[in-house]
Design a protein around this ligand. Structure first.
Ligand SMILES: [Mg+2]
Length: 438
């Protein structure tokens, strides 16, 4: 069926994501069979991702590591560095959001985009697909495979056909013909059992399934049957939907030694404001409300909140507001914990990208983001921090192991039994560790 106004949907999938990140970061691993997952070939876990070199030995995701070790004795086994992959994933999703606000991440390494409304700015689906491939390569030095189609279903099948570094475009009206020769197991919702049941009806390909009468499918498979027939013809009305957007983005820091030093407090607020602003930008949103949280040495906790005149994703206004709010509350008080949270989040207006704000400033901020992503949160040290003879707060203060790797600073010190009052403070990650990624 040809729709009067066909949608343009992209499915974007990073190629051998975890393994590719390791090969990117360690050139000596390039061209080698890299197997990411668990503790090595004698571990009881499974393969998370195998590099294409390892796949040549028959190694694949979800395979027991021991099997992988037997198939590929010279494989290089690496543990899953979830925090690192999450950080890269956030960069990738931020690139995708430059092309449309309609981005639906479905796992750490893949997402759907509805670019129907972006065609006027960026060209047709194929052109957008190429631009995204280029921008992801320059942002994170990784390859993706892209499927372009009128439905999520067909876009996802298309992206999988020419991995790695593929781009497969299915023109409107050709969905059924595109799917017809493909093996039935490629269709969503058709697992091994259903494929076996369909074999009884002579179904080997998606086209075979599309050719079965609908009443037969309904009689045999119930209401699922009708949907199956539609899918086999490439029909899938499912819209690209965002996940529930994060309600707030926040950082907290617990001091190793309670402090009343105004310099330390100020620099800590600055460091956290910088982190919050960076994550707002990564997520493509601006915040209209800033909240500071202050816990003193007696565990008395207060929060102070202010709505900004203009929503922002920049450090300066967040820091100014946080400092204003905190200053009267911290004077002469020994402080145990500080937090800065941004809420009232809204999509950054597309138009802002095209001239409604100072483009030089935006570019400078984005350049700083690049450095921050590449070297971790603490790489960007503002003149204000450098100018002080005191070390920057995050270098000075002991860090949790995760923080020491420069990843998340949210729960600086909750290990020591702080009450967990951050339940609205979910951040913007969607990664699932140990996920089967291909
Ligand atoms: Mg993938």
């Amino acid at each position: 069926m040809t729709q009067a106004h066909p949608r343009t949907i992209l499915h974007v999938d990073l190629d051998a994501f975890f393994a590719a990140v390791e090969q990117r970061d360690r050139p000596e691993l390039r061209g080698k069979p890299v197997i990411v997952g668990g503790g090595g070939p004698h571990d009881r876990g499974v393969v998370s991702t195998a590099s294409y070199e390892a796949r040549a030995f028959g190694v694949h995701s979800a395979m027991p590591l021991r099997t992988a070790g037997a198939l590929c004795p010279r494989g290089i086994f690496l543990p899953v560095d979830g925090a690192k992959y999450q950080a890269v994933s956030r960069q990738v999703m931020a690139v995708l959001r430059r092309f449309t606000p309609l981005v639906e991440p479905i796992s750490i390494d893949e997402a759907f985009l509805d670019v129907t409304g972006s065609r006027i700015l960026f060209g047709d689906g194929e052109q957008i697909g190429r631009q995204i491939k280029d921008e992801i390569r320059s942002a994170v030095d990784l390859t993706i495979s892209v499927g372009v189609a009128t439905t999520k279903l067909v876009a996802k099948i298309a992206s999988d056909l020419r991995k790695p570094d593929g781009l497969v475009v299915v023109e409107p009206g050709t969905e059924a013909a595109f799917l017809a020769p493909l093996e039935i197991g490629r269709l969503w919702g058709v697992g091994a059992k259903l494929a076996e049941a369909l074999r009884d009806y002579g179904v080997r390909t998606i086209g075979d399934l599309a050719g079965l009468p609908e009443d037969l499918l309904v009689r045999r498979f119930g209401k699922h049957g009708a949907a199956l027939g539609e899918r086999a013809r490439g029909l899938d009305a499912d819209p690209v939907g965002g996940r529930d957007p994060a309600k707030s983005i926040g950082h907290e820091h617990t001091f190793d030694v309670d402090t009343s030093d105004p310099d330390v407090i100020e620099r800590t607020l600055l460091g956290m404001s910088e982190g919050v602003a960076g994550r707002l930008r990564d997520s493509g949103v601006k915040a209209s409300t800033i909240t500071v949280k202050i816990r003193d040495t007696t565990f008395r906790t207060i929060t102070r909140q202010r709505t900004l005149p203009d929503p922002t994703d920049l450090t300066e206004p967040i820091f100014r507001t946080a400092l204003d709010l905190a200053r009267p509350e911290v004077r002469g008080v020994r402080i145990r914990l500080l937090g800065v949270t941004a809420s009232g989040l809204g999509e950054r207006e597309q138009l802002a990208l095209f001239g409604l704000e100072d483009p030089r400033r935006r570019r400078a901020v984005e350049a700083a983001d690049e450095v921050r992503h590449r070297f971790g949160e603490r790489a960007i040290t503002r003149a204000r921090l450098v100018g002080s003879r005191l070390p920057a707060p995050f270098e000075h203060d002991p860090m949790s192991p995760l923080e020491a790797r420069g990843i998340e600073t949210d729960d600086g010190g909750r290990a020591d039994g702080e009450p967990d009052d951050r339940d609205t403070q979910d951040d913007t990650t969607f990664a699932e560790d140990g996920l089967d990624v291909t």
